[in-house]
Design a protein around this ligand. Structure first.
Ligand code: NCD
Length: 320
């Protein structure tokens, strides 16, 4: 049994997508699809988390992930508290645990945690009471499970099935928790071909993201691809790697309309954001007809509703 499951095998925490089966992923995505807002309708709501309290603890900047977790919890009827914990005086997660214990005394039932240090969501999961769930909202470069799920949902909405698809992930893959979690989700869902496209300094070690075809040429990497996912260079996670800056990076790895024409004519363009326009992606592509970047954002709420419901909406007898 892994650390994120209860004794009966059900998911209690979501720290990684690594050990989720295809059935489990598909069940969450199906539930998320139920929570996607239909055009002209109000956002779906439910009261499955009524009486529960969700705390968002973020020690790294976040716009979409934090807001969508808050909206997701509120739309399921939970009370929500948001804490932007300052990193400065933190010693290896210690003060994070103190904050967690304080919030547990205030009857928080679900912790949503984003942290720059690997291992913090698991550390918290080890220390909270048995009825409490912990959800990773981004752990260092290691994992970002709800982003992996929302990327998979967006791809399935536009393409129907994963099996026939060639998906190219382009940019700073070495430092990207998004790339790791999205690759795990797509591999479990049976994706046809996964390509990693990056300059050598931004490519992860072979055993870290396995089962992918690697390219250092953007043109070769996106040729005939059905999905092109662009990533930001995460300079906050490294000091002096040999990475071209700004214009020089754009000249080799920036996604322009001309380069996108190498991909399948119906290829979709994705980006987890924040985007650096003119560095990894041209505005004409980011805002163009093949872009599904805004769908990714909208799907973030639906996926987080589905995950919160899956983990936390358990019968009262199991919570005690
Ligand atoms: C990403 C993250 O924080 O990992 N953003 C997100 O959650 N959508 C990607 C990034 O910061 O570049």
């Amino acid at each position: 049994m892994t650390q994120q499951r209860r004794d009966d095998g059900s998911l209690r925490h979501l720290l990684t997508l690594q050990d989720l089966s295809r059935d489990e992923l598909e069940a969450i995505l199906e539930r998320a699809q139920h929570y996607v807002r239909r055009r002209g309708e109000l956002a779906p709501r439910s009261d499955v988390l009524a009486g529960l309290t969700v705390a968002n603890l973020f020690t790294e900047p976040s716009t979409r992930t934090r807001v969508s977790f808050e909206l997701a919890a509120k739309r399921l009827g939970a009370d929500v508290v948001n804490l932007e914990v300052q990193l400065s005086s933190r010693v290896k997660g210690e003060s994070m645990l103190d904050t967690v214990f304080t919030l547990e005394s205030l009857h928080v039932d679900v912790f949503v945690i984003r942290d720059a240090e690997a291992g913090v969501p698991a550390l918290v999961a080890r220390h909270v009471g048995p009825a409490v769930s912990v959800l990773s909202a981004g752990e260092a470069h290691v994992s970002h499970p709800t982003q992996g799920l929302l990327d998979a949902l967006t791809i399935l909405q536009h393409k129907g099935r994963c099996e026939p698809l060639a998906v190219a992930i382009v940019g700073d893959i070495r430092h990207s928790r998004v790339a790791r979690s999205t690759c795990q989700a797509l591999q479990t869902l049976g994706v046809g071909e996964l390509r990693l496209v990056a300059p050598p300094a931004l490519m992860p070690a072979a055993d870290e993201v396995a089962g992918c075809v690697r390219h250092d040429s953007l043109e070769a990497g996106i040729r005939d691809a059905d999905v092109v996912m662009m990533l930001r260079i995460q300079r906050e996670r490294f000091a002096d790697a040999d990475v071209p800056a700004g214009d020089a990076y754009f000249a080799r790895y920036g996604l322009t309309a001309g380069r996108l024409a190498l991909a399948h004519p119906k290829a979709i363009v994705m980006h987890p954001q924040p985007m650096n326009r003119g560095v990894e992606i041209d505005s004409a592509v980011a805002d163009g007809p093949q872009s599904v970047i805004r769908d990714q954002v909208a799907n973030g709420v639906a996926v987080r509703m589905a995950v919160l419901e899956t983990l936390a909406a358990v019968p009262a007898q199991r919570r005690s």
